[in-house]
Design a protein around this ligand. Structure first.
Ligand code: ADP
Ligand code: MG
Length: 338
């Protein structure tokens, strides 16, 4: 029995080596890593896929360090500790994009919620429900409009601190895809903790498929999207949370109340062509709730070329009409148009 299994494995290996060596160009390379507090998988095929992925991994590590709040010398730590810092072009780009989304979403996306994240224990993972008075006090320092910039110089008033956690992974997947494209890969797909971005097509010439997780945690995807040169980013209350006295407290904060956003949305998935804005928007749309999120899509969906999938707490699924041809699901879903 054992021998038979060994022969089978040998045969499989030989077939595999054969398949890999006969067509180097369509060989798919993979890298797996843990960064930004999450598990990441990168896949690419094309002549330079190995070199491309190695560079991509280095890039992820670099951005992770750059945005790290744990590193005292990082630009963000300097700003948070001293109230002032000189930002590189890159940090400034993240700040500008964050500010743009803050303005457009009427403050639903707000990078200054950081002190609240600390107070709720999401930063040191010592979860706790803060006193009402503490939250009220902290709210006085919240607001991206409190951040002042003059060329590369950034200033915040005392007590105001920032964190790019709601935008960092989208920005990173964007940079990774740009690297892979520079290496002329034929196709690639990267998943940074479930945030997915792709370029080109699979080795078999078909489009990449991305499953959207069931916020309730079942094994089945709630649906599958077929994508080309797109990013698919989900924000959900099921991703990071703690329970206290039977209540669930998740990690997306409503900047107006200081509490985890009371949203009828369990998860919202944004599909567009730019990772950075998709990530910020997913976080904001979650805070807004279904009705406001759909209003926002009606207003900006066409101009900003984005579509979305909303899963409500009761399991109902809504997709925007641009995804009609690309979304496949065994479940019932509603298609919303303009
Ligand atoms: P994740 O990165 O966990 O997949 P999100 O992109 O929605 O999910 O980002 C959540 C993170 O963003 C939080 O961990 C926190 O650092 C930060 N954050 C929480 N609430 C907000 C908010 N209203 N606006 C901007 N950033 C937020
Ligand atoms: Mg986000």
């Amino acid at each position: 029995m054992k021998e038979k299994r060994l022969v089978t494995i040998m045969l499989m290996l030989i077939t595999c080596i054969f398949l890999c060596s006969c067509d180097k160009k369509s060989q798919e390379s993979t890298r797996e890593l843990f960064a930004m507090d999450t598990f990441m998988v990168l896949k690419a095929h094309g002549e330079e896929s190995d070199a491309a992925l190695d560079e991509a991994v280095r890039e992820i590590r670099r951005i992770d360090q750059m945005l790290s709040i744990g590193i005292k010398e990082s630009e963000i730590s300097t700003l948070n500790n001293n109230g002032e810092a000189d930002f590189s072009e890159e940090s400034m780009y993240l700040l500008d994009t964050s500010r743009e989304v803050f303005n457009k979403t009427e403050g639903a996306f707000d990078i200054t919620v950081y002190p609240l994240m600390v107070e709720w224990g999401f930063v040191d993972q010592k979860y706790r429900v803060p006193e009402k008075g503490t939250i009220k006090k902290l709210l006085e320092n919240i607001g991206t409009d409190k951040i002042e910039t003059q060329e590369s110089n950034v200033k915040v008033p005392e007590g105001t601190k920032i964190d790019f956690g709601g935008i960092a992974k989208g920005y990173t997947s964007q940079k990774v895809i740009e690297i892979l494209e520079r290496h002329k890969v034929k196709g690639a797909i990267v998943s940074l903790g479930g945030n997915v971005q792709s370029c080109g097509v699979k080795a078999d010439g078909k489009k990449y498929k991305v499953g959207i997780e069931d916020p309730k945690g079942s094994e089945d995807y709630i649906g599958v999207l077929e994508i080309k040169d797109k990013v698919v980013i989900t924000s959900g209350s099921y991703e990071r949370y703690f329970k206290k006295d039977g209540k669930v407290y998740h990690h997306i904060i409503d900047p107006k109340t200081g509490y985890p956003a009371k949203s009828d949305i369990a998860s919202v998935t944004v599909v567009n062509e730019d990772g950075t804005t998709a990530d910020a928007m997913a976080t904001a749309l979650f805070v807004m709730g279904r009705e406001k999120a759909l209003e926002y899509w009606k207003k900006y969906g066409e101009k900003d070329e984005f579509e979305m999938v909303i899963v409500e707490n009761d399991g109902r699924i809504t997709i925007t009409e641009g995804l009609k041809e690309t979304f496949d699901s065994k479940r019932h879903f509603k298609v919303v148009g303009k």
